[in-house]
Design a protein around this ligand. Structure first.
Ligand code: NAI
Length: 254
C-alpha cells in the first residue's frame, strides 16, 4: 500500500543512499507523490544515478537531481549542495538514510571498520544536517528524518560500531529538533527492525530464522512500509511531531 501526502508535491527532498534498498523505495514513493527528488551518488556510479533519475521522472517526480558526493566527504558534499541550492533554491526535506554495517565480534573489530561505520552512518548525517541548516532557516516547513535502527535502542551482539552509530543518530535527532524547533524545522528518527533489502539479504538463513522467531508480527518488513512512515514524517500531516523516535519493527522490541 502506497500512502500519499498531497503537500509533498514539489517539495525538494534529499535522500542519501537512494540507489538501492530503503532509500530507493522511498525515492520512488516520493516521486509518485510529485516531489522533486534529490539524491547523492558516488564516483563510478554515474550510470546507476542516471537510470534512477529516469525512473523517478517516469514515476511522476516533478524533477529528479543526482548530486555527486560521498557522505563521508564534507567538502564534496558542500560543493554539490551549494551549487544545487543556488540553482533550485532550498531543500525542504532531508532523509539521512545512507548507511553501512561491518558486523564483527568485539575481539575481531578493526579500527578502520569502526571509523568507516561512524563516519558514514553518524558523522555524515551530522555534517549534512549542518551544511543544509543555513538554507533550512530560509525555507518553510522543513522536515528531517534520520534512519536509525532498533539496534540503536536495544543493542545487538556483533554490531557494536553499527549500534553505536545508530544510537548516535538519536542524539543528533533530539538535539537538532530542540535547537531548530523555534524556526519550524522538525527532526525525527525512525528505527526499522528487519527490513528486506540487499543489506539484510547478505545474512545467512540461520540468522534470518533467529530474527524471525523474535518478531511478533512473524514477518520481515517491506521497504514500502518504511517509505510510508517517512512520507508521513516529511509531510505536514506530522506537523506537531518533532524529536520523536518511532520504531517500525513488527514488534521485535516491545
Ligand atoms: P543498503 O545497503 O541497501 O543501502 C545503503 C545505501 O547507502 C546504498 O545506496 C549505498 O550506496 C549508500 N551509501 C553507503 N555508504 C555511502 C557513502 N559513503 N556515501 C554515499 N552513499 C553511501 O541499505 P538498506 O538496507 O536500504 O538500509 C538503508 C538504511 O536503513 C541504512 O542506514 C540502514 O542502516 C538502515 N536500516 C536498515 C535496516 C534493514 O533491515 N534493512 C534495519 C534498520 C536500519
Amino acid at each position: 500500500m502506497n500512502v500519499t501526502y498531497a503537500d509533498l508535491k514539489e517539495k525538494k527532498i534529499l535522500i542519501t543512499g537512494a540507489t538501492r534498498g530503503i532509500g530507493k523505495a522511498l525515492a520512488l514513493s516520493l516521486a509518485t507523490q510529485g516531489a522533486h527528488v534529490v539524491f547523492n551518488f558516488r564516483e563510478g556510479k554515474e550510470d546507476a544515478a542516471n537510470s534512477l533519475k529516469d525512473e523517478l521522472k517516469s514515476a511522476g517526480a516533478t524533477n529528479a537531481t543526482a548530486l555527486l558526493f560521498d557522505i563521508t566527504n564534507t567538502a564534496q558534499m558542500k560543493e554539490a549542495l551549494d551549487a544545487f541550492i543556488s540553482e533550485h533554491g532550498a531543500i525542504t526535506g532531508l532523509v539521512n538514510n545512507a548507511g553501512i554495517s561491518k558486523d564483527q565480534i568485539v575481539l575481531r573489530m578493526k579500527e578502520e571498520d569502526v571509523a568507516q561505520t561512524i563516519d558514514t552512518n553518524l558523522k555524515g548525517a551530522i555534517m549534512l544536517s549542518q551544511v543544509l541548516s543555513r538554507s533550512f532557516l530560509k525555507a518553510e516547513d522543513v522536515s528531517v528524518v534520520n534512519i536509525s535502527s532498533v539496534v540503536g535502542l536495544m543493542g545487538n551482539a556483533s554490531q557494536i560500531a553499527y549500534s553505536a552509530s545508530k544510537a548516535g543518530l538519536i542524539g543528533l535527532t533530539k538535539s537538532y529538533a530542540k535547537e531548530l524547533a523555534s524556526r519550524n524545522i522538525r527532526c525525527n528518527a525512525i528505527c526499522p527492525g528487519f527490513i528486506q533489502t540487499d543489506m539484510t539479504d547478505s545474512l545467512n538463513e540461520k540468522a534470518k530464522e533467529a530474527y524471525l522467531s523474535q518478531i511478533p508480527l512473524n514477518r520481515f518488513g517491506d521497504c514500502q512500509e518504511v517509505a510510508n512512515l517517512v512520507s508521513f514524517l516529511l509531510s505536514k500531516a506530522s506537523s506537531y511531531i518533532t524529536g520523536e523516535v518511532i520504531k517500525i519493527d513488527g514488534g521485535i522490541y516491545i
